[in-house]
Ligand binder design. Structure first.
Ligand code: PLP
Length: 417
């Protein structure tokens, strides 16, 4: 047995934010002479010790390329890699590890679907539906597909309070719709689209649904079978795992029917100069040396999360979010974008203050937030702004850090007005 940690670990320990913070070394850093308040988790989450240590240990003790070697080290790492795949499978509720493809991230996963399933099914005159709140990673690959095929890309508009206009969506669906691509949670507004309704309506129209789970998996998890989505993509680095690793889930019958994405080593069965036959799932989509250490690190991150009472952790995030919204709303001239019901992402602007200036002053006070368009330029255009300030919380954040965000915003307002 090569597991780094015991599989018997259960998420029953009471949720205690201080003991959780002790697992994340970077959270005790100081920035500009102040304790770091890391509120940029939507961009990437910090890593707990088991992830850092597992990665370090493989390089020190086990490193060897997977799937190819007859020797001990290669077998150890291959076993760990396949165990990580099983951890992902069970975490997202997929039926079979054949449905779990390791990629370099959500962007790669979505591009894979657009270039293979998309190319296979979308024809001239067909339609692909996305939404105005998608990240560029869930816009551009579909745009490229539609341009290649002479198909039409349509985007679901938003309601005034930043939800999807479901009536408009349902009216868009037709027998020309091939694919609906939608986020589980907006990385800017925190909006949580009604995925069961979206998926059911798409399926009734004969379309397939690709869900961008980047933010959703972090703040509420997923059960891909209960959801009945056809594809589901996420990135490891936002789920407390390493960078450069991501996952594509796809229903087995779809993955089986799809052509490979990239050609190369490990994705083949037999190669002659004339012809190649491909490996079985999931390796058919894992050409070349994958980020196997990243995958094992992601498996460790998932194992770590399983040791936490995630219901309590997500409730803690929701309480922080309510506190942030209440506190920031009191600042004169401050607009918070998005609906009341949201995941732990709060984007805002203060009248007369550029988002970048706000971000710089917050940084001087040790508060890390993200500023800019958040890879969602159509959404910025919808709101008529050049950017926003985004605070995004994880379960290791504290009420005190939200109070420091508010203090820093007050300070910025005093200085910049
Ligand atoms: N989709 C959403 C909703 C995101 O928030 C992000 C990253 O910010 C992505 C896709 C792209 O993720 P990655 O850059 O890890 O591929």
């Amino acid at each position: 047995m090569c597991s780094f940690t015991e599989e018997s670990k259960k998420g029953t320990a009471p949720f205690d934010v201080e003991s959780i913070r002790a697992d994340f070394p970077i959270l005790s850093a100081t920035v500009n002479g102040r304790p770091l308040a890391y509120l940029d988790n939507g961009a990437t989450a910090q890593k707990p010790l088991p992830v850092i240590e597992a990665t370090d240990r493989i390089y020190r003790e086990h490193n060897s390329n997977i799937h190819r070697g007859a020797h001990h080290l290669s077998n150890v790492v291959t076993t760990l890699y396949e165990e990580a795949r099983e951890r992902v499978r069970s975490y997202i509720g997929a039926a079979d590890t054949a449905e779990i493809i390791f990629t370099s991230g959500a962007t790669a996963s979505i591009n894979l679907v657009a270039a293979t399933y998309g190319d296979m099914t979308v024809k001239k005159g067909d339609e692909v539906i996305i939404t105005y709140m998608e990240h560029h990673a869930d816009i551009v690959p579909w745009q490229m597909l539609c341009a290649r095929k002479g198909a039409r890309l349509r985007a679901v508009p938003l309601t005034p309070d930043g939800r999807l206009d479901m009536e408009a969506y349902e009216a868009m669906l037709s027998d020309r719709t091939r694919i609906v691509a939608v986020t589980q949670a907006s990385n800017v507004l925190g909006t949580l689209p009604d995925l069961p309704r979206i998926i059911e309506a798409a399926h009734k129209a004969g379309a397939r649904v690709s869900v961008d789970g980047c933010q959703g998996i972090v703040h509420g998890g997923v059960d891909v079978r209960a959801l009945d989505c056809d594809f589901y993509a996420f990135s490891g680095h936002k789920l407390y795992g390493p960078t450069g690793i991501g996952v594509l889930y796809g229903k087995r019958e779809l993955l089986e029917a799809m052509p490979p994405y990239m050609g190369g080593g490990d994705m083949v069965d037999k190669v002659t100069i004339e012809k190649t036959t491909y490996a079985q799932l999931p390796l058919k989509f894992e050409a070349g040396t994958t980020n196997y250490i990243g995958a094992i690190g992601l498996g460790e991150a998932i194992h770590y999360l399983r040791g936490i009472d995630m219901t309590a952790a997500w409730e803690h995030e929701r309480a922080l979010t309510r506190h942030a919204v209440e506190s920031l709303s009191q600042v004169e001239g401050l607009t918070i974008y998005g609906p009341e019901e949201r995941c732990s992402i709060v984007s805002f602007n203060v009248e007369g203050i550029h988002h970048m200036d706000m971000g710089m002053i917050l940084d001087k006070m040790g508060v890390a937030v993200r500023t800019g368009t958040h890879c969602a330029q159509p959404l910025m255009a919808h709101y008529g702004v050049t950017g926003m300030v985004r605070a995004s919380m994880a379960f290791y954040n504290t009420r005190n850090e939200i109070d420091r965000l508010r203090e820093a915003v007050d300070r910025a307002v005093t200085m910049l007005r």
